[in-house]
Write a protein that binds this ligand. Sequence first.
Ligand code: HXC
Ligand code: NAP
Length: 283
Amino acid sequence: MFQPDLLKDRAIFLTGGGSGLGRSMAIHFAKLGARLFVVGRREEPLKATCDEIHRDGGAAAFATCDVRDYAAVETAFAAAELQFGEIDTLVNNAAGNFMARTEKLSSNAFNAVVGIVLNGTFHCTQAFAKRRIEKKLGGNILNITTTYAAANCGSGYVVPSACAKAGVLAMTTSLAVEWAKYHIRVNAIAPGPFPTEGAWSRLIPSKQFEEHAISKIPMKRFGKHEELTNLAAFLLSDMAEYINGECVVIDGSQWLRGAGEFNDLGLLPDAVWEQLEAVRPKK
Ligand code: HXC
Ligand code: NAP
């Protein structure tokens, strides 16, 4: 569907590029001609993503960086600029999430998720945009949210994520207006369930959970990574130049069927929660 050079000459800073949807987007964007700078906390998966891009003849580099740490984000941007010159595109994809009963959460647990999703997105967004604005260059930002981030929705059992993703959505729409004059577009994608190790291990941890999740999707299947990466490439491309402040849902109409993705966890008896909590890895 796309020209092979759709993203040619782009230099993209993408968070969480070592795994899951971030890895799939990085590889896809590189195939469309972009140069990728991927960040995350763990070196090994980032290196693996870059190795795969290099094997395909693309350009990629990485830095380890915890997006909760503003200084670390600044350092990573400096490294990205050293590597590729100007960075013209940002994809805020890194996230943290888990299911839990909210009354049992520690404040540290809440902060861990909000720190990654909301503060991390702000850190990268500001580090990116201030450079573009100072140099009078436009840019593109794409935020990966969730369907339960939408106003008047949220979801029980993933409250830190719901709060943080709603904040990211507000950041998306707010900055689309504020920074339009700088030619910086800000859009979002709200995916339904797409199989990834990171999401599945924390949110869909058994066949039973998986069957339940599929049963709620009118199309009766999960998303395919290429469906999301194609949408992301389109939104970042010049073909979408007049789309600004939009959040595109990609979920096989799951969201329309019933908001609040994890609300059915209310069906779990306490004994099952206790079993789940007993086996989760603890530091
Ligand atoms: C309750 C939990 C918990 C859980 C961790 N904590 N897991 N509390 N239930 N399942 C608590 C810890 O006990 C600790 O609190 C605090 O959270 C911080 O935990 P750490 O392990 O020290 O934090 P950290 O190493 O920074 O890890 C962050 C994380 C982790 C968010 C907790 O899960 C992570 O690294 N996630 C990254 C990848 C990820 O989550 N991917 C899924 C994205 S899917 P105390 O008080 O004990 O110190 C997604 C949307 C999917 O976002 C929606 C559709 C399917
Ligand atoms: P994933 O593989 O777990 O991706 C999360 C990525 O974020 C990891 O690569 C992780 O790398 C990185 N990350 C986490 N904390 C970080 C931190 N503090 N600093 C820097 N990087 C950090 O899960 P995924 O399913 O692909 O999720 C990708 C995005 O899609 C997320 O925004 C998620 O909310 C969204 N989403 C996913 C689904 C789904 O069904 N998969 C549905 C809706 C929305 P490190 O651990 O190495 O840091």
